[in-house]
Design a protein around this ligand. Structure first.
Ligand code: AMP
Ligand code: GLY
Length: 421
């Protein structure tokens, strides 16, 4: 069969490589893909929000199944559009995508279904903000309701900051929505839990911990993710049962009742306090870089899984995982997540000899006349699988030092929570 994969990040390169390894696949097209995917798939340079043009290429290449990586096309309704055109697609429809596309919607689902989450108030005007300030202790988390490319959340230590950030959102700082969600601050440890979902069932799809801050010791501004590892040892069996019964099941049931059953990957972003899970956020897709540490641990043919998911036959699918652990460190362009340069040469990659348990997933890269250049802030995901996080990290750092990219930087402390000094 022929598969189209939408997106251009490290997540998509990891998915593309796994799809490429399947015997069920003849051809993969990536829209738009990156330098890494260009070696195993046909990259097609089309805007991921130009659904009509995407459909045209899907037809030209006789695509049997479309996999959507990033959130934006999902939130904007690519699944509904393709289904209307009789194309098989893996991912949630526009309504279900509001779990990520609108924090107010997600919180409303929590409130109506008693799903544990931080206490909150949805605000459309200043008076509502003032009211919340009267009964919630500081710090307070201020969130933009709509998609905000990872920049929509601010943890405020003063009332003045809460008012300032909220009024910026009311004034339209983020195009996606002028609604503000205020939340109590939850103190705990973060972890992510993944499931793959069809209309009737869901299956476990791994756990991971990301590192969102740009600098070591979790300092500096938030990024898309500087590195991750899987599994998350924090998620023990007793906690997993609570995540499923208190969060995943009630959410899927609620969407079914609303006649929009969830389908696709569901990323459950959690805060864990005393072995109790609280929902921080939903993402309607795999995480990036979480995907890059979950996919290498997958034993089962991913195309078989996708096929069964779109046929609503996940119940018969036995998804198997390797016991080994996996970690990835993201090599970024200097300046990220602020301003950074593009089209900088990455010279040493072809000199690296990877062993079979190591992978370099491309993210913001492209080829120009056969020369590898950076094309984004997060550039390469150096990834390795093994028995011990400390050894895995040493191996990754060894490769990064060999790449020795003069325009790059990375965190050396990924996995500090699971690696004793
Ligand atoms: P979100 O986009 O909702 O995932 O928020 C981004 C990050 O902000 C999360 O990964 C947490 O680190 C932090 N965060 C969000 N909500 C809360 C909360 N209620 N309490 C503490 N930290 C939070
Ligand atoms: N790494 C966080 C995310 O994918 O949203």
């Amino acid at each position: 069969m022929n598969i189209a994969l939408i997106g251009s990040g490290g997540r998509e390169h990891a998915l593309c490589k796994k799809i490429y390894e399947s015997k069920l696949v003849e051809k993969i097209i990536c829209i738009p893909g990156n330098a890494g995917t260009s070696k195993i798939a046909t990259n097609i340079d089309v805007d991921i929000l130009n659904f009509k043009k995407i459909l045209k290429h899907i037809k030209i290449h006789k695509v049997n199944l479309v996999i959507v990586g990033p959130e934006e096309p999902l939130v904007k309704g690519i699944v509904d559009f393709l289904r209307k055109n009789k194309i098989k697609v893996f991912g949630p429809n526009k309504y279900a995508s509001r779990l990520e596309g609108s924090k107010a919607f997600m919180k409303m689902i929590c409130a109506k279904n008693k799903i544990p989450t931080a206490m909150f108030k949805i605000c459309h005007k200043k008076e509502q903000v003032n009211k919340f300030l009267n009964y919630c202790n500081l710090p307070i988390v201020v969130k933009a309701d709509g998609l905000a490319a990872g920049k929509g959340v601010t943890i405020c230590k003063t009332k003045k900051d809460v008012i300032k950030i909220s009024s910026e959102i009311f004034k339209g700082k983020f195009k996606s929505s002028k609604t503000v969600v205020l939340e109590e601050f939850l103190d705990g440890e973060e972890a992510s839990y993944f499931v793959i979902v069809d209309k009737n069932n869901f299956k476990f799809f791994g756990t991971a911990q990301d590192h969102k801050r740009v600098f070591e010791d979790d300092k500096g501004p938030n990024t898309g993710g500087m590195g991750a590892y899987s599994p998350a040892p924090l998620i023990i069996k007793s906690l997993e049962q609570k995540i499923i019964s208190k969060i995943v099941k009630p959410t899927l049931k609620a969407l079914k009742r609303r006649n929009n059953p969830y389908t696709g990957f569901l990323y459950v972003g959690l805060m864990i306090k005393k072995n109790e899970p609280y929902l921080i956020e939903y993402n309607i897709r795999m995480g990036d870089p979480e995907c890059q540490v979950i996919i290498p641990r997958l034993k089962t043919d991913i195309v078989k899984i996708f096929q069964n998911a779109v046929a609503n036959k996940l119940i018969n699918t036995n998804i198997q995982w390797k016991k080994e652990k996996c970690m990835t460190i993201v090599l970024c362009t200097k300046g990220y997540p602020g301003k950074y340069k593009k089209n900088l040469k990455i010279k040493n990659l072809q000199k690296i000899n990877l062993s079979k348990n190591d992978f370099i997933y491309h993210a913001g890269t492209k080829y120009l006349n056969n020369v590898l250049l950076n094309n984004g802030g997060r550039v390469l995901n150096i990834t390795s699988i093994g028995n011990n996080f400390k050894n895995i990290r040493s191996k990754i750092l060894f490769y990064i030092k060999k790449i020795n990219w003069k325009y790059g930087f990375y965190r050396q402390d990924i996995g500090w929570k699971v690696i004793k000094k």
